[in-house]
Structures are given as structure tokens and as C-alpha cells.
Write a protein that binds this ligand. Structure first.
Ligand code: BTN
Length: 268
């Protein structure tokens, strides 16, 4: 039985089944976490391009052990299984590539989206999408489960946090979730393929294009570190390892995504 509220149309599984041959989409009415299911599918041998999308998650996972919650049918909750063959040192770029690509695809659809380092997608200072990339070990080698939660039709009252937003809040209309999912999957596949097959040049190009687009760069920030410490300064760039470079009174420090709890702008 569907868990959707009246007035929230379900995803169109037939249309999603007819996507590009490189994408196989499984639509679930309810699950714990699409990342958990994506990991199971990868361990069971699912090929690259396997997508698990759910109308509702009962245990949606966020970064740093946070949760991700949205009312059934109000967002896009999906995970894409990838099997990257780029050198292991390039893997940390996958979350950044994902955030950058989602923001760019949303801009193409008319939303003023940007990526906040490392991979939150914002409109203005409000978060519209979160990304959780998890590595899973499988019999045929390591895989990446790229999980994306995008707020589509949530009303202001439904936002789990007041600092969030949704496509409907931003545009005043409720976009077709299937259409948005198709747009994002096609954009992700294209950007991922370019990164995978394009060699060092494509990876250098991603680093340059990400740093130019990242809305954190150029801002005064407070970086909250595990254990309660903090780093204050101006975000002056993103280095070739995908780390945020913060320039403060003691010079430059590069911080990796796994080393920070939060990056907060302090200049507005
Ligand atoms: C974050 O901003 O903390 C990341 C949130 C990621 C949420 C998505 S929803 C679909 C996928 N499945 C999960 O359990 N998490 C990701």
C-alpha cells in the first residue's frame, strides 16, 4: 500500500524504467535507507548505474551520523551505485563531483543553486539537498553508494530544519519529481563518465571548475572541528585533494571533509 499523502503524486516507475541503458532504477515505496539498500545491491553484484529510489525512508542517513527526514513523497531520496576505476587518491572527489553536478543541473532548471563545500547544495544560504557517499566492499571490488536527498515539494512547515528550503518554496510551483530525478541522474552519469574516462586532464578540470563554483570560497568561515576546536579565517580555495583551504592569522590550513563537523559562514 502506498504511504503517500493525498495530492502528492508517486514517482513514475514506468518512465524511470525507460531511462538510459546505463541506469537501472528500482522504485521502493518504503525502505530504511536507500544507501543501505544500495550497499546491499552492490554487495550482491549490482552493476554500476543501479539506482534505488524510495518514496519514504524510515532510517535515512546523513553525514556524520546525522539523519535525513522528509514527509513521504515530498522529496527525492535515491542512491546510485558506482564502481569507480579512477586511482584511489581521486575517490574523495566523488562527493564534491556529486554536489557540484546537482547544483549545476538545478541551475540549468532555473534555480539559483550553488554547492557549499564539500557537498551541500544550497539556494542562497538554505540547504536544498544533502549528499552522503559511502564506500562498500563487494566481492568484485570496492563500490561507491552515492546517496542524494533533495527537498522538492516540502512546505515551509514541513522542513525538518528552518535552515532548509525546497524547490516548491523557491519557485512557488511543485515540480514533477520524476522529471527532476531524470534530470539529476542524466547529469550525474554524464559528469561521472567524463571524470572516469577523461584521465588526469578531466580530473584537473573538475578541481578547477568545482573551486570556481563553490559558494564557500571567498567567504569568512568558522570551521568546527571534532572535539570542539575551531578554525577561523577566509576560505580561499579548494586544493587538488578536494580540501578546503582556510587562510587565517596563522597562515593557510587545508581541511578535509572527514575532518570537520561544520563549516559556517560568519560574514553575513
Ligand atoms: C547530509 O546532508 O547529511 C546527507 C544527507 C543524505 C540523505 C540521502 S537521502 C537518500 C540517501 N539515503 C540515505 O539514507 N541518505 C541519503
Amino acid at each position: 500500500m502506498s504511504t503517500l499523502l493525498p495530492g502528492r503524486p508517486p514517482l513514475d516507475a514506468v518512465r524511470l524504467a525507460a531511462l538510459a541503458p546505463g541506469l537501472q532504477v528500482e522504485v521502493l515505496d518504503e525502505t530504511t535507507s536507500t544507501n543501505a539498500v544500495g550497499g546491499d545491491r552492490a554487495r550482491a553484484g549490482a552493476p554500476e548505474g543501479t539506482v534505488v529510489v524510495a518514496e519514504r525512508q524510515t532510517a535515512g542517513r546523513g553525514r556524520l551520523d546525522r539523519t535525513w527526514e522528509t514527509p513521504p513523497g515530498s522529496g527525492l531520496l535515491f542512491s546510485l551505485v558506482l564502481r569507480p576505476t579512477v586511482p584511489p587518491v581521486e575517490w574523495p572527489w566523488l562527493p564534491l563531483l556529486t554536489g557540484h553536478t546537482v547544483a549545476r543541473a538545478l541551475r540549468g532548471a532555473g534555480y539559483a543553486a550553488g554547492v557549499k563545500w564539500p557537498n551541500d547544495v544550497l539556494i542562497g544560504d538554505r540547504k536544498i539537498a544533502g549528499i552522503l557517499v559511502e564506500r562498500v566492499e563487494t566481492p568484485s571490488g570496492p563500490a561507491a553508494v552515492v546517496g542524494i536527498g533533495l527537498n522538492v515539494s516540502l512546505t515551509a512547515e514541513e522542513l525538518p530544519v528552518p535552515t532548509g528550503t525546497s524547490l516548491a518554496i523557491e519557485s512557488g510551483v511543485e515540480p514533477d519529481r520524476t522529471e527532476v530525478l531524470v534530470l539529476l541522474l542524466e547529469a550525474l552519469l554524464e559528469a561521472y563518465d567524463a571524470w572516469q574516462v577523461g584521465g588526469p586532464d578531466a580530473r584537473d578540470q573538475l578541481a578547477t571548475s568545482y573551486a570556481a563554483a563553490c559558494v564557500t570560497v571567498g567567504r569568512e568561515v568558522r570551521v568546527e572541528l571534532p572535539g570542539g576546536g575551531q578554525l577561523l579565517g577566509r576560505a580561499t580555495g579548494v586544493d587538488r585533494q578536494g580540501r578546503l583551504v582556510v587562510t587565517g592569522p596563522d597562515g593557510q590550513t587545508a581541511v578535509g571533509a572527514g575532518d570537520v563537523v561544520h563549516v559556517r559562514p560568519v560574514d553575513r
